[in-house]
Design a binder for this molecule. Sequence first.
Ligand code: ZN
Length: 316
Amino acid sequence: MKRYLLYFLCFFICVALTPAVYSLMPEGLKPEISEEVSHMSDNPSASEKDKVRVYKTSEDRVAEILLEDYVAKVLFEEFPSHAPAELLKTMAVVVRTFAVYRMKNPDGFHPLSHLCDDPSCCHGIFEGRVTDESIISAVTDTQGRVIYHNGKVINPVYHISSPGKTENAESVFGEKVDYLISVETPDESEMKSFHQQKEFTKTEFADILESNGFTVDRNTGHKSWVSYIARTSGGRVKIAYICGNEIPGNKLVSMFGLQSACVSVTAGDNGFIFTAEGIGHGVGLSIYGGWIMAEEGKTYNEIIVHYFNKAYIAYN
Ligand SMILES: [Zn+2]
């Protein structure tokens, strides 16, 4: 599955520090904008909406890249080219939609650019010429097409894998989004790294809680520490009640290095066992689910409208 597991886990942890630094920079220190050589098509008459500005973190400059080239570079960098063709087309539309969404909705974190090439913030991009035929086909077969909802380009949130159901946006991000609602997803349990089990001794467990600012009464039996777990409608941990602390699901995930908030906690004689299913926050499109749907013969259009409620695909 190449590198996109790591990229995904970081994808929605948008880092705010870099832009703050740039906004304070004198003009002379701000990165230059330069035009990137086109890799897929020479198009000297391309309009502004056909070009995306990408801040290259290692070079400290902003590159102007044809949108379709950008999509190919991201796909080749982050997604396995042996994936089913309809999934690659799905992700081509998703990546293009994300870029257009950022062009239309600047986030203020990327001065002079719409995106950056840091995969922990936006998407990583391949630096060379993309020649992979599967990737190029996925991009050209969907050229110019993006996802809309109610007349507006969406923010096409995705994750790697969900067990049974995806998640409502408000359960994870705290804000309701009409096109990001919980839907059923195919059985993904046979896919790579779907299951995760992590064990902690009671001392390790308590140390982690305390180092994150939570209190632990080590004098009480550890089997009573986890008193209750409240779950979202998608089955993920909403609040874990541990030693009198109310711990949000995403905090539990980050503290204990879990791959998903769809997790159960079992207290054994010596410590705790976390058993997680799925990978990522569970909102929007499930890549594994889309993979299975593509193998079952579904088109990229069918995959996209399944995961994004009342969305439709149209030309940018
Ligand atoms: Zn970025």
